[in-house]
Design a protein around this ligand. Structure first.
Ligand code: ADP
Ligand code: ZN
Ligand code: ZN
Length: 749
């Protein structure tokens, strides 16, 4: 008798790790790691899970439950992918079931969720497939049934080798006659069949060729190859508009020619239609685009195509595309590698798509390239240490100079009473000159809404959200106050609830207010606004970008979103309305982000043709960081920033893990957080911070506390995470604290 076979099964739950089940005799031959199975779980009879591993058991454990059914006879994921899930769960200190929930498309999570798309296909009856019988048929119809004759002629001109034509294609033309078709079917000349078809659009390549690289690009391209001989990862530090995309394209082409797969990560698809259009032109049918707007069924079809197709394939996608079932990954490209939107903060797994993609590349023995004009301190440090290859591209394409940056002192303008709304005279003059010359302007402001907050002029009372611990933002368009955390809207109080006076006023300013001020200043100018309020409207962003591209808009006002790799040809001027708001934030990464934002947004000016200009409004022109931006001095900025990180011991000089505690009872949150702190303090003296309330300590009535742990590079991250998970498990057994949600954020951003 053979030994019993057991299966370790991943389940889409967060309350346990994998569970072990018995494999019934009749499934023994077909079951394999990566197959989906149905198993009993907590009273549920058929929970979908995935087989992670199979083991021969030494003896029968009668407590084990049987697998109820095997869903797949061919695994829906590969061994490498299973290893990748394990790594994610281990590195980001979460359950592998949580990885499964995030990684597996909904359409694969339950047995009947996915519906194949079918359509009618018409076949010529076998009776008429020979040339003489066909001619005879046509001859007969020509005199007696003209419409049927014409339709059959069209059918014959369109038919495939299998004598088939899609019904929709046949009836596409205006003069087509459904009645004639019905007659042909009734006579048994054509036969209809329902067939499964793919939902995935076949993208057409417009020009199947790459652009000629400039000498500087050529040089960078060669250096990347040189580094790849000894290192798998290369950082391309190329100024804005240096043509990084062209270099990636060249590298992608080579890898596809080896019949391999390429993953091209982008921080955001809605804002990068320009980029995907360019890639589409080159790679067309070999390219898939994976983003949040793909339907459930499309995701399943992409999954299968990536898993099963053995041809070359380029997947362009947002962060979650690291979970796709690559089988022959040859190259990973991470564009704008510094972007914080690569990090998922909610829910688990709280992974960083750049770092995860690098691990994925390693597992596939693939090469990787990270690109940015403003690399993250983490990546640049690894490059300086020689762990990554470093390639610099310091010239813009066609040698156009980087935009000239002019500082405009807000305080000085105020003192001289020259400030017009939020604009300094320098900015106003430059805008005027631009508009007169018919050129375009981008204005950057990192606050949406009308004014950041509203308060009582008399007593300073500020309206807060009832469910979240945040001040409300005034939105003029809807004439309401809005919570940017939970989205709830409130009417504007006519009197101050605190002192009773009718003295509500707004201060600070948001993008809406900028728009209004522009209308007053330049009534003729066509102004558009791009911020997350607009993002919620479907297709609004694409339209905004297109209008600006076609010069239907003169001035585009926007938030962070403007910095993400947009490429416009006629922008002569970029205005940064308030550089200081970015600097004065209570976060050790505030300066890093401010530098990245300012350099990136400046890069939107003067990309083709003439040199562009940037006006940077600030209250503190002498600020060292502003000075670094002024000269595009990445290296000095890097040295400054690293000094500071070293002095205060922050990444990349240490690792950070945040522990979060959430519950509606403040007392329970406190108790759980304090328990962690008490245990950890003596073990990691001076490295435990908190527990404290984060900047927003209550959201939707849930109280929040946070504990931060710094970990020296010499310590074992893995052991510490195990220890933390142990504490978490302990508290989740204690009746007092077991309802408190506790989770870890490894490498928080
Ligand atoms: P980056 O990503 O470095 O900011 P892009 O790849 O967007 O730069 O290139 C900037 C602009 O220059 C784009 O409009 C691109 O089409 C053009 N460009 C770059 N390299 C070439 C080239 N070798 N030939 C023709 N046009 C190029
Ligand atoms: Zn709220
Ligand atoms: Zn008041």
């Amino acid at each position: 008798m053979t030994a019993p076979l057991t299966a370790e099964v991943i389940l889409p739950v967060s309350f346990c790790e994998t569970l072990t089940y018995l494999v019934p005799e009749e499934l023994r031959e077909q079951i394999a790691p990566g197959c989906r199975v149905l198993v009993p779980l907590r009273g549920k009879q058929a929970q979908m899970g995935i087989v992670m591993a199979l083991y021969e058991a030494l003896e029968v454990n009668y407590k084990l439950k049987d697998i109820k059914a095997l869903v797949d006879h061919v695994p829906v994921m590969s061994q490498t992918q299973l290893s990748f899930w394990k790594w994610i769960a281990s590195y980001y200190a979460c359950k592998i079931g949580e990885v499964m929930m995030a990684a597996l498309p909904t359409g694969l999570k339950s047995e009947d969720a996915y519906k194949a798309k079918t359509e009618s296909v018409l076949y010529l009856s076998p009776l008429y497939r020979s040339e003489p019988s066909c001619q005879e048929l046509l001859h007969g119809l020509q005199t007696k049934a003209k419409k049927q004759y014409l339709l059959l002629e069209r059918f014959l001109s369109m038919k495939s080798e299998e004598f088939a034509v899609r019904k929709a294609d046949l009836l596409l033309l205006d003069d087509s006659s459904p009645a004639a078709l019905k007659a042909l079917i009734d006579k048994g000349i054509l036969e209809v069949q329902q067939q499964e078809v793919s939902r995935l659009k076949v993208l057409q390549a417009d020009e199947n060729r790459l652009l000629q690289l400039s000498p500087a690009q050529e040089q960078a391209y060669r250096e990347i190859h040189q580094h790849w001989q000894t290192k798998d990862i290369c950082l391309l530090h190329g100024v804005t508009s240096s043509g990084k995309t062209e270099i990636y394209s060249r590298l992608i082409k080579e890898v596809l020619a080896e019949n391999k797969q390429v993953l091209y990560l982008l921080p955001e698809i809605a804002l990068t239609t320009q980029m995907t259009q360019r890639l589409k032109k080159i790679f067309g049918p070999q390219m898939l685009i994976y983003h949040s707007k793909c339907s459930m069924n499309e995701r399943v079809e992409m999954w299968h195509r990536i898993l099963q197709e053995d041809g070359p394939l380029l997947v362009v996608g947002v962060r979650s595309s690291v979970f796709l079932p690559f089988t022959r990954l040859g190259l990973v490209v991470v564009d704008e590698e510094h972007e914080i939107s690569y990090k998922q903060s909610e829910p688990a797994p709280r992974y960083h798509a750049r770092n995860a993609a690098l691990m994925l590349a390693k597992m596939h023995h693939a090469k990787a390239i990270l690109g940015s004009a403003t690399p993250s301190l983490e990546s640049y440090t690894k490059a300086r240490e020689g762990r990554y290859g470093l390639v610099n591209l310091t010239q813009r394409y066609r040698d156009i100079q980087l935009p000239e940056i002019i500082l405009a002192d807000i305080n000085e303008a105020k003192r001289k009473k020259e400030l017009v709304a939020m604009f300094t005279p320098t900015l106003v003059e430059n805008m005027q000159a631009c508009l007169q010359a018919g050129e375009q302007i981008i204005l950057f402001h990192n606050r949406r809404g009308y004014a950041s907050v509203m308060s009582c002029k008399e007593c300073d009372w500020t309206p807060h959200c009832e469910r979240c611990d945040v001040p409300l933002t005034y939105h003029k368009e809807s004439h309401s106050l809005r919570c940017h955390y939970c989205g709830r809207q409130y009417p504007i109080p006519s009197r101050c609830p605190s002192c009773g006076k009718a003295m509500m006023a707004s201060f600070g300013f948001g993008t809406e207010q900028v728009e209004e001020a522009l209308h007053q200043l330049f009534p003729q100018a066509r102004v558009a606004r791009m911020d997350t309020d607009v993002l919620h409207e479907r297709n609004a962003i694409g339209q905004l970008i297109e209008d600006f591209e076609q010069q239907k808009t003169d001035i585009l006002i926007g938030t962070q979103m403007l910095t993400k790799g947009l490429d416009f040809d006629h922008v002569a001027l970029v205005g940064v309305l308030n550089a200081d708001t970015m600097l004065n934030q209570n976060d050790f990464r505030a300066h890093e982000r401010a530098f990245q934002l300012m350099v990136q947004v400046s890069g939107r000016a003067g990309r083709k043709g003439r040199r562009g200009r940037v006006v940077l409004q600030t209250r503190d022109p002498e600020q060292p960081l502003i000075q670094r931006v002024l000269h595009y001095d990445y290296l000095s900025y890097y040295v400054d920033a690293m000094k500071e990180r070293h002095t205060f011991c922050y990444p990349p000089y240490c690792y950070l893990i945040d522990v979060w505690f959430k519950h509606t009872s403040q007392a329970k949150v406190q108790q759980a957080a304090q328990y962690f702190a008490n245990v950890l303090q003596p073990l990691f003296p001076d490295m435990v911070f908190g527990p404290f309330e984060p900047a927003v300590a209550k959201v939707r009535d849930v109280h929040i506390q946070k504990l931060s742990l710094k970990i020296a590079p010499s310590q074992s991250l893995l052991k510490i995470k195990d220890y933390l998970c142990g504490l978490q498990a302990h508290l989740q057994k204690d009746p007092l604290t077991k309802q408190v949600q506790i989770y870890f954020d490894v490498d928080p951003l």
